[in-house]
Design a protein around this ligand. Structure first.
Ligand code: ATR
Length: 278
């Protein structure tokens, strides 16, 4: 049996097994299975060992281990390097490599909705585990990227990662600006909530929505997809703005991971989208 796993803490809420087991079935991988496991930090070493010795074929890493896993790996690739965030592990020859499929998943979710995100003004709210992945999607293509977080220091750390990417692209450094929590940036084309605010029903970011929705073309994107509509998205929708939740990003990041492990390009179609109907 080929075993795949998603590890995190908490992990109960994870929909990854549903999606990957579905694709395994669709593609006839009857000797493969995907399970979720709640772990503690000390268990990370054993997970990496099990990938190295073939007991586990592949793993997804979720909160709060996406950064902590990095020192245990033989190498990290592409976006994982730029974001310092790893959500997928795979054995390559005798080594365990870390990948980041969140950035690709986020980009695919925009592109498949024909959302033009190039040369735009972007506001990223939050500076948590997934924020660097979102930032990386815009680095090098945005006109301006604002980041704001309740704890400003963390936003500055995320900016540093983005600046390093910009330097490696040979671009100027001042595209990314950290603004104070509650400070309004210039009018933005896309506003993304990467905080955990909204996971619980009545939580509110207390933003200046009147200002934020001045441009009715501004897209409001929340990485949260359960609940399907956070107050962040509801406030924007009620003011006539476009909104998008994190469901498609989640599916696309899973699709890229599945491809890394199996070489198979799984379909992100209505059947798999329906699996996530809550
Ligand atoms: P971590 O911070 O451990 O990476 P996370 O869930 O990835 O955890 O990130 C949580 C994000 O939601 C952070 O940006 C956090 O802001 P702080 O850095 O100031 O903690 C943000 N967040 C959580 N609760 C919040 C609240 N009540 N108001 C504003 N931001 C909040």
């Amino acid at each position: 049996m080929k075993k795949y796993i998603v590890i995190g803490n908490p992990i109960d809420h994870s929909m990854s097994p549903l999606i990957h087991n579905y694709w395994m079935k669709v593609h006839g991988l009857i000797d493969s299975t995907y399970v979720k496991k709640k772990i503690e930090k000390k268990d990370l070493v054993s997970i990496v060992d099990q990938i190295r010795n073939g007991k586990i074929k592949g793993a997804n890493i979720t909160v709060p281990f996406k950064k902590e896993i990095i020192p245990l790996l033989d190498d990290i690739k592409g976006d994982a390097k730029l974001t310092q965030s790893v959500n997928t592990l795979c054995k390559v020859n005798s080594e365990v490599h870390g990948y980041n499929t969140d950035t690709g998943g986020f980009k695919n979710s925009l592109e498949n909705d024909h959302i033009n995100y190039k040369n735009k003004n972007i506001l990223i709210i939050g500076a948590g585990g997934v924020t660097s992945s979102v930032l990386e999607a815009f680095v090098g293509t945005a006109n301006k990227i604002y980041i704001t977080n309740r704890t400003k220091k963390k936003a500055k750390e995320i900016k540093k990662l983005g600046d390093n990417s910009l330097i490696s692209l040979g671009r100027k450094k001042d595209t990314i600006e950290v603004i104070d929590w509650g400070e309004n940036p210039e009018i933005c084309d896309i506003i993304i909530n990467t905080t955990s605010v909204g996971l619980k029903k009545n939580e509110n970011l207390n933003l200046d929505f009147k200002y934020y929705t001045k441009n009715k073309n501004t897209l409001f994107y929340d990485l949260i997809y359960n609940p399907t509509e956070t107050n962040f998205l509801k406030e924007a929708r009620l003011r006539g703005n476009r909104t998008k939740n994190g469901k498609m990003m989640f599916l696309w990041q899973a699709q890229i991971a599945f491809q890394i492990w199996t070489g198979i390009t799984a379909e992100v179609d209505t059947n798999v989208i329906k699996l996530l109907d809550l």
